[in-house]
Ligand binder design. Structure first.
Ligand code: FAD
Ligand code: DLZ
Length: 508
């Protein structure tokens, strides 16, 4: 009897473990567009359209390779609208009694497959460099799970940018060179854009009809939706932006949404690209003297370091991770996260571009939207659900450790040794947002002052029991204590007044 081979929307890779186990002569591939996946958070329409179009094209590609594929479209009348439901339906159609699948990237879906009345055999998702067992072994007995140590292991394991057992250039990490503020002129004209073809147009019409109420602009839709397009987008980045990726990695510009970022995370996370080919292309550019070491090391670190580390943390910490709230934050996510309607220029611009592109680069996610949510004491679970919904690259295995851990410190320090918080000065230094802002970056308190300025100190004050003894934060607390009592009071009063306005739903 043949078996069903389940392929999910973020498993669009030829070399998928479940496919390797399958036999095209007797097995049937099942792929399904279902509301169960399309609506567990209100995903950005561009994200849904990207995944549906890429799924349809991947199904056609598999058929072309001789596989039998049963593909369910969202509006098929028979669609049960859940992954287990589709497996049961397809099993009764084909007579299959078991399912082979590659482990999903979310505990919710793993549990749903484990509860499915048909036995589902899960195979490891070996499209990643580090297996769960390897990460657990690395984590075992360590007091702190710091990314930098993990990353060095991955460098040794892959041999990327290595000279024997020594790191290329003598240092493991060139981040020190990668903190330049935004340059006046950006020479990269952004990610490669793809005109919608017939498949994409069909999906756009469907998404327009079914997800019209979701946050996010569907058109113009410019993502690649197949492997060839994703490979071309990668090549475009390597040739045109990688050389400056490092220098301006942390920069932000009011009028430029992408700077020198690769904008490949959605392709990589959906399975259209593989970490190995991306890192090999970056390393080759370095070896050919086409990109400097600080750029290439920084880029490779994001992929074999941060990305693999985040996945390791998610699976190491288990399903309870997304409910963590170490700082006890409980404020409602402000409505402006869904509208961009705020006088804080940096926030309105980061949210506007998120709405338009389903994309914001790392430092916007961390130091604008994430920093604000943390300073304002927003419920981390609501923050988590927002990030999971609005970015085209967001899947829980990577989004949750970035949000709950790195950005909101809700895991109490598993990912970071201190919270990523800053006042407005950091944003001012790294961007040009403040020039167009209704608030005054130079003012520390009062109605006109940049809210990041006083919220920052109010956050530190509120959590002095938590962080007062953290040696990495001692300097900040010393600075606070050196301020006059009047100044401290004015700062805390401004924060209280601002948060009061936020709670009342007033425009801020
Ligand atoms: P580049 O800046 O060009 O970096 C290259 C690649 O490195 C990325 O494509 C990505 O695959 C990888 N990478 C870089 N940083 C990280 C990181 N911290 N974790 C994992 N991979 C990383 N990334 C996601 O893929 N999905 C998410 O849902 C996601 N949510 C985030 C939420 C917050 C609060 C923060 C601070 C970061 C989040 N990131 C997430 C990480 C990072 O912001 C994105 O990977 C990056 O912005 C994607 O854009 P890019 O492809 O242009 O990346
Ligand atoms: C994100 C997503 C969406 C929007 N829709 C589907 C879908 O209809 N069918 C599907 O197989 N996968 C979809 N996905 C991706 C899954 O949610 C993803 O596989 C899990 O969250 C695990 O990472």
């Amino acid at each position: 009897v043949g078996r069903l081979i389940l392929i999910l929307g973020d498993q669009l890779s030829d070399d998928l473990s479940a496919l390797r186990e399958a036999d095209p002569a007797r097995d049937t591939i099942v792929m399904a567009e279902v509301m169960g996946e399309a609506a567990y958070v209100p995903h950005h329409p561009k994200k849904i359209a990207f995944l549906f179009a890429a799924m349809r094209k991947f199904a056609a590609r598999l058929e072309g390779q001789g596989w039998r594929v049963l593909y369910t479209r969202l509006d098929d009348p028979e669609n049960t609208q859940s992954i287990p439901g589709e497996l049961i339906r397809r099993a009764s159609e084909t007579g299959a009694v078991e399912v082979l699948a590659t482990e999903p990237g979310e505990f919710r879906l793993i549990a749903a497959l484990e509860d499915c009345p048909i036995p589902v055999h899960l195979f490891p998702d070996d499209r990643f460099l580090c297996s769960h067992a390897e990460f657990d072994a690395w984590a075992e007995g360590r007091k702190e799970l710091r990314m930098e140590w993990f990353y060095r292991e991955m460098r040794r394991k892959t041999g990327l940018l290595m000279q024997g057992d020594k790191p290329e250039g003598g240092k493991w990490n060139y981040d020190h060179d990668n903190r330049k503020p935004a340059p006046g002129e950006i020479t990269f004209d952004g990610p490669m854009r793809f005109a919608p073809d017939e498949t994409v147009e069909e999906v756009l019409a469907l998404v327009e009809e079914r997800f019209a109420g979701n946050f996010g602009t569907l058109r113009p839709f410019w993502f690649a939706t197949d492997r060839d397009g994703a490979v071309a987008a990668l090549g475009h980045f390597i040739a045109n932006a990688l050389p400056r990726f490092g220098d301006y990695q942390d920069a932000m510009l009011d009028e430029n949404r992408f700077l020198y970022h690769s904008v490949i995370s959605m392709y990589l996370n959906a399975g259209l690209l593989h970490w190995r080919e991306i890192c090999a292309a970056a390393e080759a550019a370095y070896r050919a003297n086409e990109a400097p070491l600080n750029a290439v090391e920084g880029f490779i670190r994001q992929i074999i370091g941060w990305r693999e580390y985040m996945r390791g943390i998610y699976f190491h910490e288990g399903p309870g991770y997304t409910s963590m709230n170490a700082l006890g934050h409980d404020r409602k996510l402000p409505d402006f996260y869904w509208t961009g309607d705020t006088d804080m220029r940096c926030l309105s611009r980061a949210i506007e571009q998120t709405r338009d592109e389903a994309y914001a680069h790392h430092i916007q996610r961390l130091m604008i939207t994430g920093n604000f949510a943390l300073l304002a004491g927003i419920d981390p679970h609501q923050v988590h659900e927002w990030y999971l919904a609005v970015y085209a690259d967001a899947f829980e295995w990577v989004e949750a450790p970035n949000v709950i851990g790195m950005s909101q410190f809700a895991d109490g320090g598993i990912v970071g040794s201190k919270p990523y918080v800053s006042g407005g000065n950091y944003i001012h230094k790294m961007s040009d947002y403040c020039k167009k802002c209704a608030y005054e970056i130079g003012d520390k308190s009062g109605d006109k002052a940049c809210p990041y300025n006083y919220l920052y100190w109010a956050f530190l004050y509120r959590h002095r029991e938590n962080f007062g003894r953290n040696p990495r934060m001692a300097q900040m607390y010393r600075t606070w204590m050196r301020m006059s009592e009047d100044k401290r009071k004015a700062t805390l009063d401004s924060a209280e007044a601002f948060l009061g306005r936020l709670d009342r739903g007033a425009r801020v």
